[in-house]
Ligand binder design. Structure first.
Ligand SMILES: *Cc1c(COP(=O)(O)O)cnc(C)c1O
Length: 406
């Protein structure tokens, strides 16, 4: 085999990413090892994907079993694992119908298209307005970057789809002023992930539910990042007690295999008649067999209560670091999606923390230039959690050696 390394990336890949200087080659539970044999505690879970850790033995077993059985058909056939997964999701949630695709962006694309089609079928052809939140993230297709509330991701790709407005997140007056009978959908992340790890207030989501009902608009919850147990509930809408009309899920649903899902009611789903939407790979048996096991494993009191317990360990650990070094302005989030907003001493330096983290053997993420984002596996061992925090403290101490709180 020819030797490949990080330098190869710049010679062969489209330069839309700036990956870390090392290449991980092996993972196990919450640890990673790179080409040089260096070991890391993984506090990123591949951006909220490997929620059961790397190489979970039960997932590996299902993958091997299905690999020897059947990988792919087409939409000319249904398959047993997809039907089992759909039934499991329906049994566990508000949903009555499920559509499978391959990513979060595609799940949102399906949700937004469904909302438009539903409005045309049931109301009028000019009920096409979509309202989304500033700073939100919904994926990278042209439709979803246009709906997402970070204009930089849509810049230079115009003309972009129309009929989309943005309102400040958690601002009830703003959406009250914007919504009308021309609104077909409101889309929101119950906890904004990429936008800085900002939970919606329960009052806000309740009010969105009431406003959507009043104007016959569909409420879409994008749970691509917070869903599948990360909030400590299977889906965050359960924690909030506010039920959407459409919910999108991806990331942790496949624990690393690509899958997206759009969950909705039978009535709304009926707007997607035969031929209106599709995906070649969506719901293929290899991926859905694994996802079915993911939901089976995560949707248990042991794992979900474990998220709450680990949330406390992680937040306590961050508070202890903060007590010594005064580096965090606010520690917030939900379950095991934790954001630590940096204090003025580290203003805008989240990237430096992440970079130095890798050097000290802990894989961290950021959510914008000023927020450190921590998303360990939902089943990370207490020892690995403590070790990751210890390494993070080493990083902080190196960046702000002189700061010691009184
Ligand atoms: C990651 C993410 C997406 C996009 O998912 P992809 O699988 O990358 O297309 C959409 N919405 C939210 C909230 C996300 O965090």
């Amino acid at each position: 085999m020819p030797t490949v390394n990080r330098a190869t990336f710049d010679q062969v890949m489209v330069p839309n990413y700036a990956p870390a200087p090392f290449i991980p080659v092996k993972g196990l539970a919450s640890r990673l090892w790179d080409q040089e044999g260096r070991e890391y505690v993984d506090f990123s879970s591949g951006i909220a994907v490997t929620s059961l850790g790397h190489l979970h033995p039960e997932l590996t077993a299902v993958l091997h079993e299905q690999a020897d059985q059947l990988w792919h058909l087409s939409n000319g056939f249904t398959n047993e694992p997809a039907l089992r997964l759909a039934q499991r999701l329906i049994d566990a949630t508000f949903a009555e119908r499920v559509f499978f695709c391959n990513s979060g962006a595609e799940a949102n694309e399906a949700a937004l298209k469904l909302a438009r089609r539903y409005a045309v079928d049931h109301f009028s052809s000019d009920k096409d307005q979509i309202i989304a939140c500033a700073q939100s993230f919904h994926g990278r297709t042209l439709f979803t970057v246009s709906v997402g509330g970070q204009p930089k991701y849509a810049e230079g790709f115009g003309p972009t789809p129309g009929g989309i407005s943005h309102v400040p997140f958690n601002d009830l007056a703003a959406i009250e002023a914007m919504i009308s009978d021309k609104t077909c959908a409101v889309i929101v992340e119950p906890v904004q992930g990429e936008g800085g790890v900002i939970p919606a207030t329960q009052e806000y989501l309740r009010a969105l539910r009431a406003l959507c009902d009043k104007h016959n608009a569909l409420l879409i919850f994008d749970e691509v990042q917070i869903g599948v147990g990360r909030s400590g509930s299977l889906y965050a809408y359960m924690h909030y007690g506010v039920t959407p009309d459409i919910l999108t899920s991806a990331k942790a649903l496949g624990n690393g295999l690509p899958i997206g899902a759009m969950l909705t009611t039978a009535k709304i789903a009926s707007a997607f008649v035969v031929g209106t939407h599709g995906s070649t790979y969506g719901g293929n048996p290899l991926v859905t067999a694994v996802a079915d096991k993911v939901i089976e494993l995560i949707n248990t009191p042991a794992v979900l209560n474990g998220v709450k317990h680990r949330n406390k360990l992680l937040v306590d650990g961050l508070n202890q670091i903060n007590a010594k070094h005064s580096v965090f302005k606010e520690i917030r989030g939900s379950g095991l999606l934790i954001g630590a907003e940096l204090a003025p001493v580290l203003q805008g330096r989240a990237k430096d923390v992440v970079t130095l983290g890798a050097k000290h053997g802990v894989v961290l993420l950021m959510a914008g230039p000023n927020v450190l984002r921590l998303l360990p596996s939902l089943v990370i061992s207490e020892a690995d959690l403590a070790e990751g925090l210890r390494r993070l403290e080493t990083v902080i101490a190196e960046l702000v050696p002189a700061t010691v709180a009184a």
